[in-house]
Design a protein around this ligand. Structure first.
Ligand code: XMP
Length: 465
């Protein structure tokens, strides 16, 4: 990173010891509107310290072990500048080692993943953050501090890190064993528990999807999530409707109503954040007054009522899906998250042309699950931009065993695309198509015919409605 003469604004220096997540420290600071610069530990010398004149210093984590001869150290002047210093993980160990404490290599005391830190003493560092006695954090360490340096005291411990949070309040030196910069340390970032996610379950999701969403948020991310199971409301209003735009409008309206009902229960909520993308906008309304026509009303772009009283945040509104994925990679989100095929807000409603019934939705769910299972088994999931089944509003005659069947036909769709704006059908080989059709007809009661949709976009759209 370029070095600047920093006399016009305050700067925080991050001394990088090679952690995978050093960039996240900078990101968190930027979220807090703090200007910072990352410099590799080898470059942090007296000259640089003088030039930057940092107001505070963070020592990052890193892969090495301070117990190894020749492992990285911070320039000693870092501790003599009279500014606060925070050590994170390796940064904590290096700090302890350099200031007179001890570090041991970690047989039996390593800790990876979720851990809980218990508050032992009050400290300025914990102000406004440790509201309760036990906070969830994210650990990833092999070595650990076995003796703290003179002047330090313990503010928090975890089962495998007796010195999880330590500090010398006189010198404003602090050190933590965990990684406050990562997403999994909920209060490590600015938003923290100020975010409540409202999951509007309209009963039009794929097989097992509602439970997957709930467990992803609650178990993996520990983000407060309200599961608004309103499937009856949606399905009752959709009953008998077959016009695509009417379906979309009903779903869009109910989304807002349901969201509002649950959001009202959240005290002092000020903002609504939505993941609207540019194609949603351009296909629904003319972007910034432009001349494009409405192809379909995307559920999230229909306009939120003024009376909602929430300020709308749509950080992705001017980005295409591929750009959002690049962003996701940059933020180191899990791969399954990033490479997941898109799924439209109105859900299975727009994959069920004609009248929607609960029975048809259930048949569709099963057919779709078999199809996606086939795609995964054949290792094709990541080659395809989006794949799904749709249930057609026709019944066809078939023969199974010695009997006549009169069941629904379904169609399979799979497309390649970069941004969803144009798409081509995926050229499955016939063996795959035959095997998939046989599986669907054998495994899903209610379907006796399978077709493959070979329309590109344009002239078709990706979804059937
Ligand atoms: P179409 O069918 O317009 O779809 O070619 C392009 C991409 O957008 C998804 N899609 C939607 N996504 N709300 C969404 O969030 C919607 O109303 C909606 N309609 C379509 C579709 O699945 C495809 O990925």
């Amino acid at each position: 990173m370029a070095c600047m003469k920093n006399n016009s604004y305050d700067c925080l220096l991050i001394v990088d010891f090679g952690s995978q997540v050093t960039q996240l420290i900078a990101r968190r600071l930027r979220e807090l509107n703090v200007y910072c610069e990352i410099h590799p530990y080898q470059n942090v010398n007296q000259n640089l310290l003088k030039r930057l004149s940092p107001k505070a210093i963070i020592l990052s984590g890193g892969p090495d072990s301070v117990t190894r001869d020749g492992s990285p150290r911070a320039n000693n002047n870092v501790y003599n500048m009279g500014v606060p210093v925070l050590g994170i993980c390796y940064g904590q160990q290096v700090m302890m080692h350099q200031l007179g404490g001890e570090v041991k290599s970690g047989t039996g005391t390593s800790e990876f993943g979720k851990a809980f830190v218990e508050k032992k003493n009050s400290s300025d560092l914990l102000e406004g953050w440790f509201d309760i006695e036990k906070e969830q954090v994210w650990m990833s360490h092999g070595d650990h501090v076995s003796k703290i340096a003179p002047g330090f005291e313990v503010f928090g411990t975890s089962p495998n890190a007796p010195y999880a949070i330590i500090g010398d309040e006189k010198r404003h030196f602090y050190a933590v064993q965990f990684h406050p910069e990562v997403h999994h340390t909920p209060k490590g970032e600015a938003i923290g528990d100020q975010l409540t996610c409202v999951f509007v379950d309209h009963g039009l999701l794929r097989q097992g999807e509602a439970n997957e969403v709930i467990s992803m948020f609650r178990d993996n991310y520990n983000i407060p999530l309200i599961h608004a199971d309103e499937s009856d409301l949606f399905l009752n209003e959709l009953d008998g409707q077959s016009d695509p735009e009417t379906k979309r409008k009903i779903i869009g309206r109910l989304f807002v109503d349901v969201f509002q009902k649950y959001a009202n229960k959240i005290e002092d909520a000020e903002f609504l954040a939505q993941g609207t993308l540019y194609p949603d906008v351009i296909e629904s309304v003319s972007f910034k007054g432009g001349p494009s026509v409405t192809i379909k009303s995307h559920h999230n772009v229909g306009g939120l009522p003024e009376k909602m009283g929430l300020k709308l945040l749509e950080p992705l509104r001017e980005l295409f899906k591929d750009e959002v994925r690049t962003l996701g990679k940059e933020l180191k989100l899990p791969k399954e998250f990033i490479s997941r095929h898109p799924f439209p807000g109105p859900g299975l409603a727009i994959r069920c042309p004609g009248k929607i019934t609960r029975d048809k939705l259930e048949i569709l769910r099963q057919a779709d699950a078999v199809y996606i299972d086939q795609i995964r088994k054949h290792g094709l999931y990541d080659e395809i931009w989006q794949a799904f089944a749709a249930i057609l509003p026709v019944r066809t005659v078939g023969v199974m065993g010695d009997g006549r069947t009169y069941d629904y036909a379904c169609t399979l769709r799979a497309v390649t695309s970069v941004d969803g704006m144009t798409a081509d059908y995926y050229p499955f080989n016939h063996e795959f198509l035959g095997e998939t059709a046989t599986r669907i007809i054998n495994e899903v009661e209610g379907i006796n015919r399978v077709t493959y949709d070979i329309t590109s976009k344009p002239p078709g759209t990706i979804e059937w409605e």
